[in-house]
Design a protein around this ligand. Structure first.
Ligand code: ADP
Length: 440
């Protein structure tokens, strides 16, 4: 028998024995009386302990657990130990939470925890500042009710958050935020906002600088180039050295002119006011032109082929698409040794996307360079790029043009074997060859 039951029965058993003794010596009535009073006293003691327990339960945080009497002593002592342990754990959790809160408050980024239905569960002071939230008042409110910018609402509704959203004028016109969502748990999302106002200002200054300085450079370059060409043509120029010097000057001014032209193209593409000029682009026709241009550039050194698997056209800018496709073809020729093959393809994917693709059997690109190729002036082999007349801006231009057409530039390459550059256009840009409603 356990200790509890031994102690529980000891009192009634003793009381019963005393009552039995009284029954034998003094009769049934005194025995029943003593037994009844004894049991009533025990019942009363239980009630007192229960009342003390109830009082404690009503306010367990400030009251200490009662000592209790009889059988209750053990139970209360266990409860006391348990509450002390819980209190300690709670203090530890509160300290950890405070530390977390202090850490997230010190973060330069705004952090909002969104629960079911994008309702605000918690936010740090930076997020309060970015979105105009109140960390206490707005808990439980839908974030799209508090921050209603359409592009923000749209971003929350979509399910891919790989690219951050740049949001302008969230609280006042000058504020520019970079927003990122991270899903976690079963239905929670972490909204991270970063103030990129300063970065945007620097980026605008850089863009303005390039846009302003490029035309300034263009004029003197044209003049110098003109003089160099005139002097080269002078019949009286016999000195070999002067001829070589003029040849070099001519090459270098040509390089600088190409560079300035590419810089101007890039700043035009980057200019947000320069909206895309939409027209119907006859891609199969354009591909024929590209093939001709490629053959002239290759000068018979490569096998150029064309595979037209679709007759569709595109809605977009002819000049921009010509420039982007042309850049890829030119690169394929420049980075493929003589005798190599170059294939131009235009095809449709089962999902409706249309793809322009250039495959070459050239020098290829090592995997570590691929993600950086579209950065301005990023070159794998500087001298080869220069020798073949590269400015280092070609792929940056291609990427910008692709972006302006909501298309994606994909690069697959193997060093020593060749590369495939594809531009994948969204289905909404495809114009079937016989579509009479298409833009003309
Ligand atoms: P560049 O004027 O130097 O060619 P791009 O922006 O057009 O500048 O290309 C960036 C770099 O990418 C090039 O310097 C070259 O190293 C690499 N590249 C581009 N196209 C190809 C290709 N078809 N094959 C191999 N490397 C390429």
């Amino acid at each position: 028998m356990s200790e509890f039951w031994r102690r529980a029965f000891i009192y009634p058993v003793y009381l019963f024995l005393i009552a039995l003794f009284l029954w034998v010596t003094a009769g049934a009535l005194p025995a029943a009386l003593v037994f009844g009073i004894g049991m009533a006293l025990q019942y009363f003691a239980h009630l007192r302990n229960l009342a003390a327990f109830n009082r404690w339960l009503a306010d367990p945080d400030t009251r200490s657990v009662p000592d209790g009497t009889g059988l209750w002593v053990d139970a209360f002592s266990q409860l006391n130990k348990l509450t002390k342990r819980r209190r300690k754990e709670r203090e530890q959790h509160a300290a950890a939470l405070l530390q977390m809160e202090q850490a997230t408050s010190a973060l330069p980024e705004g952090v909002v925890i969104l629960g079911e239905g994008d309702r605000v569960e918690w936010c740090n002071p930076q997020a309060e500042h970015h979105f105009g939230l109140d960390g206490e008042r707005d808990v439980g409110q839908q974030i799209t009710y508090l921050a209603r910018q359409p592009e923000f609402v749209q971003y929350l509704a979509q399910n891919s958050f790989a690219e951050p959203l740049v949001l302008r004028g969230m609280r006042h016109d000058d504020l520019v935020l970079s927003i990122k969502l991270i899903a976690y748990g079963s239905s929670k999302r972490l909204l991270i906002s970063r103030d990129i106002t300063h970065l945007e200002r620097i980026e605008t200054m850089r863009r303005d600088f390039v846009a302003n300085v490029s035309p300034e450079l263009r004029t003197p370059l044209t003049v110098v180039n003109g003089f160099v060409e005139t002097m080269q043509d002078m019949p009286s120029l016999e000195n070999d050295m002067a001829r070589r010097a003029l040849q070099l000057m001519g090459d270098q001014t040509k390089r600088m002119e190409d560079l300035v032209n590419d810089l101007l193209t890039l700043s035009r593409l980057e200019n947000e006011q320069n909206i895309l000029h939409e027209e119907k682009v006859d891609v199969p026709g354009l591909m024929d032109t590209l093939l001709e241009e490629g053959r002239v550039l290759s000068n018979g050194q490569h096998q150029l082929k064309l595979e037209l698997e679709s007759t569709s056209g595109l809605s977009g800018s002819i000049s921009e698409l010509h420039s982007a496709f042309g850049n890829l073809v030119t690169n394929a020729i420049r980075y493929t040794p003589p005798g190599g093959d170059i294939l131009l393809r235009w095809y449709e994917q089962p999902d409706g996307h249309t793809v322009f693709c250039v495959r070459d059997s050239g020098i290829g690109i090592a995997p570590q360079h691929i993600s950086r190729l579209t950065e301005r002036f990023y070159r794998v082999d500087r001298s080869r790029s220069r020798e073949t007349g590269g400015t280092g801006l070609g792929l940056a231009i291609v990427k910008h043009i692709a972006l302006r057409h909501q298309a994606q530039l994909n690069i697959a390459s193997e060093e020593g074997k060749g590369s495939t550059f594809s531009i994948v256009f969204p289905a909404k840009r495809r114009i079937p060859a016989d579509d009479p409603t298409a833009i003309s």
